[in-house]
Design a protein around this ligand. Sequence first.
Ligand code: ADE
Length: 235
Amino acid sequence: MSKRILIIMAMAAEARPVIDQLGLRELPANPQLTSHFPRFQGEFAGKEIVISLNGKSTEYGVDRIGTEFAALNTQSAIVELAPELIINAGTCGAFSADADIADIITSDQPVVYHDHRVPLEGFDRFAMGAYPTAYCPEYFQGIEHKLGVVTTGNSLDMPDIDRQWIRQNQGMAKEMECAAVAATAHLYGIDFLPIKSVTDHIDIELDNVEQFLNNLSKASQKLSETLIRVLTNIN
Ligand code: ADE
């Protein structure tokens, strides 16, 4: 039996290049789910691949980015597809000393939150989280990548308190879904791997939104090339 790999992605624009390049077909919506997550399936390099998107908000017409829908998407895909490995692929911000635009960041360290602050005994560590990754050097053989902490929050901007937390946790990839996907994978005992491509520098003057929009296409293309090479390398 071929290995089943689930790839969770938040934005359609991030996923389009890899869906096209892998030639994946859209699955029909599950009639039992009133709010379905768009899913694309196919075979590649002897593996069964499903990309599951967070989908679009019916109220606001934009991709349902952020942790809530990432967790719901992941949970429903686990229940329906029983994957053996979950990858969270997407874009991120990074400090300019750590990575260039479109660089690939993955992690061999636990994924954390930088905006869950609960200063109560025990709840503090629970809120920050520490969800394991299943990084294997062989998956990234021949692929340029950086290893660092992926840190999740529900905002694109970075108030000082978030910056302090990110620095304190040595965060390298700042993004908006990974810890929620990792937590859900961990809940079900499924291996988890993040793969992020940098769209913006979080420590320069130029507005993050402007950088993000300027670099989204380049970063998504690089993400697609990397995903295809990692999927090829996985045994
Ligand atoms: N995704 C891409 N860039 C980001 C940033 N600066 N913060 C959060 N998520 C992001």
